[in-house]
Design a protein around this ligand. Structure first.
Ligand code: PLP
Length: 390
């Protein structure tokens, strides 16, 4: 926690915009596209950035500002920008910082759309990417070229819940003067604060645990003031800003982030433990299971293991399909971090744009199941999974 700041839960609740003349207790919603000026001089000075004030909601808005300030406090960051989706945050952040001809070093295990961005779209601007294995950080230094600018990773990863040593990555980035960016969506700032381990920028899909109830799409990037200034200037021109309504929803959601995530993690660990002992399961992965290959690192950098459990049903694709068709309570959906538990088949959904070889290289087998463990009673979650396996 930063000097002078309050505890995480308190900041999550008490970080709030200034009250209006109505003295409302909960923040109001500023559904306005623009803001008015007192006079010609006020208008000139505002556009000349001699004053810090809201001009136009593509640039800033009181609800977005409240959300950004809150997430900055949670992550220990200096500044941020709120986006219409997690992918808008990923794309805008990278596009703001990369020039034509630059090179990125990325973890192989990243969200499918981010992978597609690196492999299919950035080459249009002559931006290339080299990939490292999550368990081979030693290979990174050998990939550095004179035009390398960014090291990019997620931890835990989607969908394989692999864990990367953030401190080791931070040290490599620092040694070589590279920008270190972490997608912290699976952990949330409640479980893990990558800036403490050397990250320069932290990206979130707010659509997941931050909202926690599957209502809004949102994204946010926070980090060093210097880098965020570049990201802000790009983002305010290109127009990916979050709607004030969604910012308001998300800011209210963050008030309960800590207690929600505690329960998600408690339920997920119980489900993972149940699966680990089950004779119809090939393997199960969860960062806070002792059997997870990076359990010690997970314990070092995370408060608990998160809401996602990955496993494979014995019997391959057919057995996996039977499992999905037998599920009754859990939802078959592509989202995660919802109060409702969700089962997903990554190979045919979130990571279907990758080739089979690319999927296998990051541990996504055809029979892999990803469960986002929700907030229903754990006995009911386990009972549904058990009957579907049966
Ligand atoms: C790790 C990770 N990053 C980014 C995203 C993209 O977020 P959004 O769907 O809000 O664009 C996702 C979505 O699943 C994700 O899991």
């Amino acid at each position: 926690m930063r000097k002078g700041s309050k505890q995480f839960e308190t900041e999550a609740i008490r970080t709030q915009m200034e009250r209006s003349q109505n003295l409302e207790h909960s923040s109001p919603i500023y559904m306005t596209s623009s803001f008015v000026f007192e006079d010609a001089e006020d208008m000139r000075a505002s556009f000349a950035e001699e004053k810090e004030r809201n001009i136009y909601s593509r640039y800033s808005n009181p609800n977005n500002n409240e959300l950004i300030e809150k997430v900055c406090k949670m992550e220990g960051a200096e500044n941020g920008f709120a986006y219409a989706s997690g992918m808008a945050a990923v794309f805008s952040t990278l596009a703001a910082l990369l020039d034509a001809g630059d090179h990125v070093i990325s973890s192989k295990s990243i969200f499918g759309s981010t992978h597609t961005l690196f492999t299919n779209f950035f080459p249009k601007w002559n931006i290339s990417t080299s990939y490292f294995d999550v368990d081979d950080l030693d290979s990174i230094e050998g990939m550095i070229q004179p035009n390398t600018k960014i090291i990019y990773a997620e931890s835990p990863t989607n969908p394989g819940v692999d864990v990367l040593d953030l401190e080791a990555l931070g040290n490599i980035a620092k040694k070589h003067g590279l920008i270190f960016i972490i997608d912290n969506c699976f952990a949330t700032p409640y479980l893990q604060q990558p800036i403490k381990f050397g990250a320069d920028l932290v990206i979130h899909s707010g659509t997941k645990l931050m909202d926690g109830q599957g209502r809004v799409l949102a994204g946010i990037t926070v980090g060093s003031g210097e880098l965020m200034d570049k990201v802000y200037r790009f983002s305010r021109i290109t127009g990916p800003a979050l709607s004030p309504f969604n910012a308001w929803v998300l800011s209210r959601s963050l008030e309960t982030l800590a207690i929600r995530v505690d329960r998600h993690c408690e339920n997920a660990l119980k489900l993972a433990t149940f699966l680990e002992g089950h004779d119809k399961i090939e393997w199960v992965k969860y960062p806070f299971l002792k059997s997870h290959p990076m359990h010690e690192i997970a314990k070092k950098q995370m408060k608990a293991g998160g809401c996602v459990v990955a496993f494979e049903v014995k019997g391959g694709l057919d057995a996996g399909r039977k499992f999905f068709d037998s599920i009754e309570l859990l939802s078959l959906s592509a989202n995660l971090g919802d109060s409702r538990s969700i089962v997903t088949h990554p190979a045919s959904t979130t990571h279907s744009k990758l080739t089979t070889e690319e999927r296998l290289a990051v541990g996504i087998s055809d029979g892999m199941v990803r469960v986002s463990v929700g907030l229903e009673h754990i006995d009911d979650i386990i009972a549904d999974v058990e009957q579907a396996l049966g």
